[in-house]
Design a protein. Structure first.
Length: 362
C-alpha cells in the first residue's frame, strides 16, 4: 500500500477526532459555476447584509458579495450600539468603511436602522424628562441621517415597533419599546419627520418581521401607513424582513405582499433567510439533500411571489441577511445547526441560490 504523507495522516486523524463541532458543512453543489448571478437575473436590486470585518478580511466573502449583489445593508454597523456607543460619542468608522466599499463598487447602500427598541444599555439608563428623550432621538436621527446624506439611499427609519398581535410595543422590558414608553405612540411619525428633514432624498422605510404569518401585524402596518399619508408624514416604503423557515406557509407571504403592496409604497424583502430548523433548537439536525431541496423550493416561491405580486415601480429589491451559512444570525443567536442562506460556509452556491434564480426567471 502506498504510504500516506504525515501531513495527510494528521489531517485524517484530526478529522476523525471525537468532539469536533457538530455542524456539518454544506456540500458544494459544483466546483465550476456559471456566469448567471442574482443581480444579473433580477429586474430589481439584489442585496446582502454585510459585516465590515468579513468584508475587510475574507476575500471569498467579498468576492461573493461583489459577484451577486448590487445593494448592501450593514447587518449591525449602522445600529445605535455601533454608531452611538455613548450619549456624546458617535463612531462612524465601520459604517463609513461599508459605504466606501459600496461607492467603489457602485452598489446601493440601504441603512439599517435609525430607531429600534433593541439598543445599547446606556439608552435604558438615560435620565431625562420627555424633552430630553425627544432630543436624544432627534439628535441621533439627524446626526446619522445627516452624516450619510447622499451616500445612503434609504433607511429603515423605525424597526419592529409592533408586536405580532398588532399592538404597539410600549414598555420598559427587553421585548418592549422604551421609545413608545418615553415619547408616546406618535414617536414613529416624529422619527420619520426627523429623518426626512436630515436627508430629504432618502427613501424612508418602516421595517418589521412576521407580517407573513400575522394578519394583525400587517393590518397595523397598513393602518400606520394610511395614517401617515393622511397627515403628510413622509414614508416611502415597507420592509418585510422575511426571516422564514421551511414550514412558512407561502399563502401567508402572498397575502401580506398583496396587502402591503396595496398601500402603493415601495416593498423591500429586507432580511431574507430560510432556516431549516423552523426556529427550534435541534442539535440533532443534519444538512441533507432533502432539506436543501425544500429550502430551494421555499426560496423560489418567495422570490417568485415578490416578482409577480409587487408591481415593478414598487420593487425596491430583495436583500439576504448576510451571505454564507457560517455568517448567519440564526447560527449565532438561535442554534448552530442550521443552513439558512443561499451560499455555504465557503461561499459556494447552494440549491437555495438556484431556487432564487428560478424565482427570478419566472
Ligand atoms: O461584536 C460583539 C463581540 O465583540 C462579542 O464578543 C460578541 C459576544 O456576544 O458579541 C458581538 O456582538 C454581537 C453582534 O451581533 C455581532 O456579532 C451581539 O452580541 C449580537 O447581539 C448581535 O446580534 C445581531 C442582532 O441583530 C442584534 O443587533 C445580529 O448579528 C443581527 O443579525 C441581528 O439582526 C436583526 C436585525 O437587525 C433586525 N431584524 C432581525 C435580525 C435578526 O435578529
Amino acid at each position: 500500500m502506498k504510504k500516506l504523507p504525515l501531513l495527510v495522516l494528521t489531517s485524517l486523524f484530526l478529522a476523525c477526532k471525537p468532539g469536533q463541532p457538530t455542524v456539518t458543512p454544506t456540500p458544494p453543489v459544483s466546483t465550476t459555476e456559471s456566469d448567471v448571478t442574482l443581480k444579473g437575473t433580477a429586474p430589481f436590486p439584489m442585496g446582502a447584509s454585510v459585516d465590515p470585518g468579513l468584508l475587510a478580511n475574507k476575500s471569498a466573502y467579498r468576492d461573493r458579495v461583489l459577484k451577486e449583489h448590487n445593494s448592501i445593508t450593514a447587518e449591525n454597523a449602522m445600529k445605535w450600539g455601533w454608531l452611538h456607543p455613548s450619549e456624546k460619542v458617535f463612531d462612524f468608522k465601520d459604517a463609513d468603511g461599508i459605504v466606501t466599499f459600496a461607492q467603489q463598487n457602485k452598489m446601493r447602500v440601504h441603512g439599517h436602522t435609525l430607531l429600534w427598541h433593541n439598543g445599547p444599555t446606556w439608552i435604558s439608563n438615560f435620565y431625562g424628562d420627555s424633552l430630553a428623550w425627544e432630543n436624544l432621538m432627534k439628535t441621533h436621527i439627524e446626526t446619522v441621517a445627516g452624516h450619510f446624506k447622499g451616500k445612503v439611499a434609504s433607511w429603515d427609519v423605525v424597526n419592529e415597533a409592533f408586536r405580532d398581535n398588532g399592538t404597539l410595543r410600549n414598555g420598559f422590558d427587553t421585548d418592549n419599546s422604551i421609545w413608545a414608553a418615553k415619547l408616546g405612540p406618535d414617536y414613529i411619525a416624529r422619527a420619520f419627520r426627523y429623518a426626512a428633514a436630515a436627508d430629504p432624498n432618502a427613501v424612508l422605510f418602516y421595517n418589521d418581521y412576521g407580517q407573513e404569518g400575522n394578519p394583525a401585524k400587517t393590518a397595523a402596518i397598513v393602518s400606520l401607513v394610511n395614517d401617515f399619508k393622511k397627515r403628510g408624514i413622509p414614508i416611502h416604503g415597507i420592509g418585510l424582513q422575511m426571516h422564514i423557515s421551511l414550514s412558512t406557509n407561502i399563502a401567508g407571504v402572498e397575502t401580506a405582499l398583496k396587502e402591503l403592496t396595496a398601500t402603493g409604497l415601495k416593498i423591500h424583502l429586507s432580511e431574507l433567510d430560510v432556516n431549516m430548523s423552523n426556529f427550534q433548537k435541534n442539535p440533532a439536525l443534519r444538512y441533507s439533500d432533502a432539506l436543501a431541496q425544500q429550502q430551494r423550493e421555499k426560496y423560489r416561491q418567495v422570490v417568485s411571489a415578490y416578482k409577480k405580486l409587487v408591481p415593478a415601480a414598487q420593487q425596491f429589491g430583495i436583500t439576504n441577511w448576510n451571505v454564507g451559512d457560517g455568517d448567519s444570525w440564526i447560527r449565532q443567536l438561535i442554534q448552530p445547526n442550521d443552513w439558512p442562506l443561499p451560499f455555504d460556509e465557503g461561499y459556494a452556491r447552494k440549491p437555495a441560490w438556484f431556487g432564487m434564480i428560478d424565482g427570478l426567471k419566472e
